[in-house]
Write a protein that binds this ligand. Structure first.
Ligand code: SF4
Length: 240
């Protein structure tokens, strides 16, 4: 499934670079109807997008990758959204057989032993479920921002996602600062993950996330035993 031939990705990138987040969200809702999704991990950026998107389209499809190792605080913010917004999240879990085979062969904490092992775990718990979540979709929305990591410095607001069949991937908050994210959350009284108040700027799985110290990099608490250039789980790795 590919991007609509009615516009080019170069044009979109140019237009969206100066477009507001809600202009981009309104555009994707009008262009793709029910064939687009928001990927939500309940990080600060994702709750901004959830609030903004549900105000535009209360029936928008939102999916969650439940790795089986998420923090209780993450499930709690999910519940708050279900209660306040009535959103029916589509939850994707890892393939049972793949997970059983991994646990049998390498145990529950193999991700600490090597980058390959860590990517194998992320592959089973995140990357494969994402492929299922995006099957049949024409576009997806993420909360990625440029200042989050060295791997995201050149992030465009619109790109073709060759890892998922050439569908459109939109990053409406690409140029937002962390301060702007929190300004939106406070101004709109959006539910957020309680771990953010305990020193976690970026939240993933329990064994692979820790709080950061004042002045540390935003992603310093994710896979802290790895070098910064390796810190991607595979959800946003580009296929050339
Ligand atoms: S973040 Fe850690 S526990 Fe979660 S899927 Fe990746 S390696 Fe596995």
């Amino acid at each position: 499934m590919a991007i609509s031939p009615s516009f080019s990705i170069d044009e979109l990138q140019k237009q969206f670079e100066t477009a507001s987040y809600d202009t981009i969200l309104k555009w994707v809702a009008a262009e793709y109807g029910s064939a687009f999704s928001l990927a939500c991990s309940f990080g600060a950026e994702d709750v901004v997008l959830l609030d903004a998107l549900l105000k535009i389209d209360p029936n928008a499809r939102v999916f969650v990758l439940d790795t089986g190792r998420l923090h209780q605080e993450t499930y709690e913010v999910m519940e708050r959204f279900r209660g306040r917004y009535g959103v029916a999240f589509e939850v994707y879990s890892p393939d049972t057989v793949s997970l059983q085979n991994l646990l049998r062969a390498k145990g529950p904490s193999s991700f600490y032993e090597s980058i390959d092992n860590r990517k194998e775990c992320c592959g089973i718990r995140k990357v494969e479920p994402l492929k299922r979540a995006l099957a049949g979709q024409k576009a997806w929305i993420t909360g990625l921002r440029r200042e989050q990591a060295v791997t995201r410095l050149a992030l465009p607001k619109a790109e073709i996602d060759l890892s998922h069949g050439g569908i459109l991937k939109l990053n409406p908050l690409a140029d937002w600062t962390e301060a702007r994210v929190w300004q939106y959350i406070r101004t709109n009284d959006v539910p957020y993950n309680a771990l953010h108040d305990k020193g976690f700027p970026s939240i993933g799985c329990v064994p692979c996330t820790r709080a950061v110290l004042p002045g540390e990099d935003l992603r310093a608490g994710r896979w802290w035993w790895e070098a910064p250039e390796h810190k991607e789980c595979g959800l946003h790795t580009k296929r050339k």
